[in-house]
Design a protein around this ligand. Structure first.
Ligand SMILES: Nc1ncnc2c1ncn2[C@@H]1O[C@H](COP(=O)(O)OP(=O)(O)OP(=O)(O)O)[C@@H](O)[C@H]1O
Length: 735
């Protein structure tokens, strides 16, 4: 972790050079230089029992990146050299008179501990000959720590220093295992003082206290708001900032976190970002606190979450709620674990493990809807460069659903169960090409069979092609008898009539890949044709087997006429030729796979419907997405019965092979903890859910229209939150 030791500084790069006396006895110092018996000076605390040690003296050299300490007495030598990187220094000070003129360095070198790399506090104290000298050194070091450039020629005076930073510390005394205040006293406040940072500390008294506080305070007087707690309190602060009327300015206030909570996820991320190994508890706190004292600031993204309006008790719908998240947005299992593990708070971060095990032991089903907006919905200025096209988030779980989609924001993964999703074929261009080639080969084979004079059935389309070719050949020979031509033309007429129908069907098959090929219905169509052929092969619809092409044509006649009649008589309608796409789809309703549920649900809806005014669908109809397959033009009103039938279920609790539609009651049959029912993020659905309004585009909550490039609208049920993933105002984070 530490960089290799720099060589002895040359006079050119030295900013300051001076001789200091030792403070305290070398033997009393626990901060001694590892390679020196006495250590090059220092005392763990400058204030108690100030005792100069005249016997020892040190030569200190300050460079832009290091402080070189060379012991001169009692035993000068190579081993008595200490190099303090400025990057490991939290601060320095020169105590006021009547204290002696001391230069005190607060050093936090990283060291490997049992629980990862952590910093250890060491204090080095040197006695200057005069106070001026000590103050000059202190000022120069602080300038370097605060990023003020100085050179050897710079006159080092106090006014070079920027004003000390002022931080507002918000401490949740109940976060984590309730150690926040204790750690404040032992770790946080000492380091902050050493870094010459002034602060105000406020203990939160209740939930949302910090949020209310942040909404009211005057922000310009603070250089940053620091949370001494877990992620929950920072969530409050960020939302408090965003709820202010001057939110655009307020959210630019740097915020920071000193981890004293249970999960401390953001602090862990910052620790990782700073290049440290993973660590927990006090080591993590020390690392974060050190980063805070060094004062780095980095931007951080926010996620905007808007909940659907919930129907209130007195019938008046409540307003949608909007909140901001900086870490993650969870729904279902994860949020249940988080909320319900509150009761194990005493365990620290282990509460999540226990909570997970408890929840795994009694899994629930969660009914939700995950939707997103395509990039085209995002309003951009005319001058803006359009963003590069990218695959929608939920593409992977909605592929193969073409024709089953709603309007863009209602395009969901919950339209089908997991097993159904799996059962749907993925649309794959490679596969498609293979299928096309296979079809081509099949056609060739049939043609060959027809030409070869064997007894067999040739598909009507290939017969027609053969017939055309034959006719062309005959016309070319120009020696055809009129009787024969007549027969041929009559045959052609009849054939044309049949071929028209056949072409209609094969055309449907071959020319509607957009609609059905990707839906997995091509195989079923092919199956219909194969079946028809099989029946023809068995003699149905033909007067008998004949040899040669002409016989095959006769078979084709029978196939065209008789089969058509027979098919119409079929009660199942299986062999009927669908006159249009709708009929083809109706024919597919026989599918007994779970996806038939989807087909039924889909086909039971009119293909084109106007937006239901009750549903509140205020969005405009989209034509298509990037892949030209996603969206139908008309708004698609929600059908609550259908919504109930088509839900995501836990893969653990239901075999994918025993599909049965689930109802809302499944979710409510188990008692839900009180905390969940009252929690704003509750996942529980109401027992008698009223017809759900369609999730509409996020209603802009005044006064902050944040343009969302991505949108997740999880559920049609009003209790479920809508998730925006926008380009959002960026809070600044202390690193
Ligand atoms: N004085 C208080 N009494 C009770 N609850 C409080 C108090 N102060 C803050 N809270 C609430 O406690 C909740 C949990 O606190 P916090 O997230 O900081 O700790 P944690 O849950 O242990 O940590 P993490 O979120 O990292 O797991 C916060 O959402 C906050 O609203």
């Amino acid at each position: 972790m530490r960089s290799p030791e720099p060589p002895i500084p040359s006079p050119a790069e030295a900013l300051l050079h001076c001789q200091f006396g030792g403070w305290g006895t070398g033997s009393s110092c626990n901060n001694s230089c590892p390679n020196s018996p006495g250590g090059p000076g220092g005392l763990s605390s400058p204030s108690p029992s100030p005792s100069p040690s005249p016997a020892s003296s040190y030569a200190l050299t300050l460079t832009p990146s290091h402080i070189h300490v060379q012991r001169l007495a009692p035993r000068p030598g190579k081993e008595a050299r200490l190099i303090l990187p400025l990057s490991e220094l939290a601060g320095c000070s020169c105590p006021r008179a009547p204290a002696p003129p001391l230069l005190v360095l607060y050093w936090y070198p990283p060291g490997r501990r049992r629980k990862g790399v952590s910093r250890r506090r060491q204090v080095r104290v040197y006695l200057a000959e005069a106070r001026v000298e000590a103050e000059r050194w202190s000022t120069a070091i602080q300038c370097l720590l605060r990023g003020v450039a100085i050179t050897a020629d710079t006159e080092i005076v106090k006014r070079l220093l920027p004003r000390p930073r002022r931080l507002l510390l918000l401490v949740n005394p109940f976060s984590g295992r309730g150690q926040a205040m204790q750690w404040c006293q032992t770790h946080i406040l000492p380091m902050i003082r050493e870094a010459n940072i002034s602060y105000n500390l406020i203990q939160t008294e209740r939930q949302n206290h910090a949020r209310e506080l942040i909404k009211e305070i005057s922000l310009p007087q603070w250089d940053g708001i620091i949370i001494v707690s877990g992620d929950g309190l920072l969530h409050e602060v960020i939302n408090g900032l965003m709820e202010r009327p001057d939110w655009e300015l307020a959210i630019k206030t740097p915020v920071g976190i000193l981890p004293c909570g249970s999960g401390n996820a953001l602090a862990g991320s910052i620790n990782h970002h700073a290049g440290y190994d993973m660590c927990l508890r006090e080591p993590l706190l020390l690392n974060c606190c050190f980063q805070l004292c060094r004062g780095g600031v980095k931007p951080m993204d926010l996620v905007s979450v808007t909940t659907s309006p919930t129907p209130s008790q007195n019938g008046r719908p409540s307003l949608p709620r909007r909140m901001f998240s900086f870490l993650s947005v969870a729904w279902g299992f994860v949020s249940d674990v988080d909320i319900e593990s509150e009761r194990y708070r005493g365990l620290g971060s282990a509460r999540f493990t226990l909570g997970t095990l408890v929840r795994l032991a009694s899994l629930r089903s969660y009914k939700g809807r995950l939707s997103y907006l395509p990039p085209s919905i995002v309003a951009t200025s005319p001058d803006a460069i359009p963003p590069p096209l990218r695959r929608p988030l939920s593409r992977s779980i909605t592929e193969g659903l073409e024709g089953f989609c709603h309007t863009p924001i209602q395009r969901t993964s919950s339209d089908m169960g997991l097993s159904e999703q799996r059962s749907l074929r993925r649309v794959d261009t490679e596969r498609e090409r293979e299928r096309e080639m296979e079809r081509q080969r099949e056609r060739e084979r049939r043609r060959e069979r027809a030409r070869g004079g064997g007894t067999g059935v040739v598909r009507a389309s290939s017969l027609a092609e053969d017939r055309e070719r034959e006719m062309e050949g005959e016309a070319g020979r120009s020696g055809t008898s009129s009787e024969r031509s007549g027969t041929s033309s009559e045959s052609n007429e009849r054939e044309d009539c049949r071929m028209g129908r056949e072409d209609e069907m094969t055309g449907n098959m071959e020319e509607r890949p957009d609609e059905e090929r990707e839906n997995g219905t091509m195989e079923q169509d092919s199956g219909v044709i194969e079946d028809i052929e099989e029946r023809v092969r068995n003699g149905e619809g033909s007067s008998g087997s004949m040899d040669g092409v002409m016989e095959a044509k006769e078979v084709g006649e029978g196939y065209g006429g008789d089969m058509g009649r027979e098919a119409n008589e079929d009660p199942e309608g299986y062999y009927s030729y669908p006159d249009n796409l709708q009929q083809t789809r109706l024919a597919l309703r026989k599918n007994s796979a779970p996806s038939s549920q989807i087909a039924n649900a889909f086909f039971s809806q009119p293909l084109s419907q106007e937006a239901d005014p009750m549903s509140g669908a205020s969005y405009r109809a989209e034509e298509m997405d990037l892949n030209e397959t996603y969206f139908q033009k008309e708004a698609y009103p929600l059908d609550i019965a259908r919504e109930r039938a088509l839900t995501i279920s836990s893969p653990f609790r239901h075999s994918p092979f025993s599909f049965k539609p689930k109802s809302l009651d499944q979710n409510t049959s188990r008692p839900r903890p009180l905390s969940l029912l009252h929690h704003p993020h509750s996942n529980s659905l109401p027992l008698n859910s009223p017809p759900c309004p369609s999730p509409s585009l996020p209603r802009p909550l005044p006064p902050r229209p944040v343009p969302p490039p991505l949108l997740l609208l999880p559920c049609s049920a009003p209790q479920h939150p809508q998730l925006h993933l926008p380009v959002s105002p960026v809070p600044l984070l202390y690193l």
